[in-house]
Design a protein around this ligand. Structure first.
Ligand code: ATP
Ligand code: MG
Length: 635
């Protein structure tokens, strides 16, 4: 039996037990068998959560691009590494082989060097989902520069804050980007952001939309001519396993985003290992994760994890709604996608549309479906399972965070029996604990509490860039000697985990702890409801009461609202209990979301408490107009 590839439930339990009993041996075997190291480690792990300080594969030497690209040339040089699918289906897709990827990475790496970037320098990447984005990240890694990718939908202010926070001296962008039927002026946003970023010396500009942009002499340079002239040979910089690989900001759902620092060796081992098992990737498969590379999901499961396994990974520039709501399924058919990984927000928005958008396409290539980012509600789960997976492709509901680097709790498809809305079992090496409010660990099954992790895993973030104190306070201070995730979870009678929502959002009504996910789940089951969000607000009698914001499906909009309220209340009573019935139900046309598609409940909380003077950090908010509308109609 190999630790690396888990084939059935018995093997999972064996491997899991080993990973807990002898974690060092376990990870050493995984790391030795499947990766290329220039020098092996002196020690597998040293850790101290009180500082906190975590080191994996100490003194080992490697370059992650050798693992993601070079070493595949012997056996897979002509294999497609990246399939790039453009925004417009009329434009041709690109197939970049491993051999070609290496050339592109080396050329880009030489351009970085020629422009003064060296090991340890920070480079901000603000690019749309075009091949240059993947190549730029790998080029940084090739020469030991630290990339900080900022999602190219962020505003100038959000970009400037992140660029400065990460001390970037170079910025890589494009003249513009295509998203659905829109063209965004990225260069204009960059110009505005850089007014506040004095440390950025050079801006490399990729051409994508061919717009007529102003090039700032001395600062801006067109990328392509530099690439054309660069050599396609570039020796990889030899990195220490604990050298930083990248900085990436969290989504900002709960507050000011945190610049998480991920290091090289452990991150590589863990993302590769989880990718292989959680997607059951086989050599000929085509894998597609629809996330933007600007989020951790894209870093770990579009780029590093798949490439470390020599996989073919799809990179999609567009959006699910353009040219119509069948776009995802058209791409699945076109590239015969075998593993498809997306977010509940996308599933819910597609489930609202006519089913013909799905039925038009041949989805028979699909073998595994994934979900990430938020709890997936039961109705969306079934829609995904029935219509996309046709009841034959297991769904992996993967729970993890920017901070964790890789998937932590998830079914393994064809191995772990699924249970809708449950992330099920911890991945080998992951030791979850549920804690009560007093800091005691809840043992046994059928308990719920705050989700912590008791033991380090290789891809955990090592610090918040420039603010180790905040790192310690946020993750290691709530519970002694444990990493606190900020999420609440329950463990059912067989030991399966269900994430119930963020602990900050847990509402205590008349002394009962209520998670947001199970209540929203009950509301969403109503046939007229498309999506909902529950928050708490202060109440004279109950201490706290619940406030529900509900989006109706088009078909439900003509219904009598009072009747709907009654039915929704009944549904909550039946499924969760009368205690969970909201004090108020407001019908809205949209919910405030982060740019990664998550509901920003902290804003709804303010509205529910009638305290909208200061909404906090809204720089990552996608749709500010919805907020005004909700405030108006709440009065
Ligand atoms: P911030 O930390 O800045 O508030 P964020 O937590 O939204 O933002 P991410 O790191 O992108 O930033 O998201 C991780 C969070 O997303 C988890 O802590 C959890 O709340 C939620 N999440 C991710 N996947 C799942 C899942 N499969 N089931 C339930 N919740 C999930
Ligand atoms: Mg978070």
């Amino acid at each position: 039996m190999s630790n690396y590839s888990i084939k059935n439930l018995e093997e999972y339990f064996q491997v899991y037990r080993k990973s807990v009993r002898e974690p060092e041996n376990f990870w050493e075997e995984v790391a030795e068998e499947h990766f290329t190291w220039r020098k092996k480690w002196d020690k597998v792990l040293s850790w101290d959560f009180s500082k906190p300080e975590i080191k994996w594969f100490e003194n080992a030497k490697l370059n992650i691009t050798e693992n993601c690209v070079d070493r595949h040339l012997l056996t897979r040089g002509e294999k497609t590494a990246i399939i790039w699918e453009p925004n417009d289906p009329e434009e041709e897709s690109l197939h970049i082989s491993y051999k070609e990827l290496l050339e592109r990475v080396n050329k880009f790496a030489n351009v970085l060097k020629d422009n003064g970037i060296k090991k340890g320098d920070k480079v901000c990447i603000y690019l749309p989902m075009i091949p240059e984005l993947s190549v730029a990240m790998l080029a940084c890694a090739r020469i030991g520069a630290i990339h900080s990718v900022v999602f190219a939908g962020f505003s100038a202010t959000a970009l400037a804050t992140r660029t400065n926070d990460a001390d970037c001296k170079m910025l890589i962008t494009a003249d513009g980007s295509f998203r659905g039927n829109k063209t965004l002026d990225l260069n204009g946003i960059v110009d505005k952001a850089l007014e506040d970023c004095p440390n950025v010396e050079t801006v490399l500009v990729a051409k994508r939309v061919n717009s007529d942009i102003e090039i700032k002499e001395g600062r801006d340079k067109w990328l392509q001519p530099l690439l054309d002239e660069a050599s396609s040979e570039c020796e990889p910089e030899i990195m220490d396993a604990e050298d930083p690989l990248f900085i990436l900001y969290t989504s900002g759902s709960t507050g000011t985003p945190k610049g998480m620092v991920h290091t090289t060796g452990g991150y590589m081992v863990y993302t590769a290992y989880t990718f292989k098992n959680i997607f059951q990737y086989k050599e000929e498969d085509v894998y597609w994760c629809t996330a933007d590379i600007g989020w951790i999901t894209g870093h770990s499961y579009i780029l590093y994890g798949p490439l470390a396994n020599g996989a073919t990974t799809v990179m999609f520039e567009g959006v699910p709604s353009y040219p119509d709501y069948g776009r995802f399924w058209e791409v699945v058919e076109k590239h015969k996608v075998n593993q498809f990984y997306t977010a509940p927000t996308a599933i819910r928005s597609l489930a609202k549309r006519n089913i013909e958008f799905v039925e038009k396409y041949d989805l028979s290539s699909l073998k595994v479906l994934g979900s990430v980012g938020e709890p997936i509600n039961e109705e969306a789960w079934h829609w995904y399972n029935d219509n996309i997976g046709k009841n034959k492709s297991p769904i992996v509901d993967t729970w993890w965070q920017t901070e964790t680097g890789g998937i932590m709790i998830s079914p393994i498809p064809y191995v772990t029996p699924a249970k809708p809305t449950y992330a099920t079992l911890p991945f080998p090496g992951i030791q979850p604990a549920l804690m009560d409010e007093n800091g005691a660990e809840l043992k046994g099954n059928q308990v719920d509490g705050r989700l912590c992790i008791k033991f380090p895993w290789p891809s955990m973030a090592r610090t918040i860039y420039g603010n180790h104190k905040r790192y310690k306070e946020t993750y290691f201070s709530a519970f002694e000697n444990k990493y606190f995730t900020g999420d609440g979870a329950l463990r059912d009678e067989v030991g399966y985990y269900r994430i119930t929502g963020r602990v900050d959002d847990v509402i205590i009504v008349s002394g009962h702890n209520l998670g947001t996910a199970p209540i929203e789940d009950a509301i969403n089951e109503h046939p007229a409801v498309a999506e909902s969000a529950i928050v708490g607000f202060p109440h004279e009698v109950k201490g706290n009461a619940l406030y529900a914001f509900v989006i109706l499906k088009e078909t439900g909009e003509s219904r009598n609202q009072d009747n709907l309220r009654k039915e929704i209340n009944q549904q909550i009573s039946d499924r969760v209990g009368p205690i969970a019935k909201p004090e108020k139900i407001q019908f809205v046309s949209g919910l405030p979301k982060t740019r990664s598609g998550k509901i920003m409940r902290r804003i709804l909380r303010k509205i529910a408490s009638n305290d909208t003077s200061d909404l906090g950090d809204t720089s990552t908010l996608l749709n500010p107009e919805v907020v005004d509308e909700i405030i108006k109609s709440s009065m």
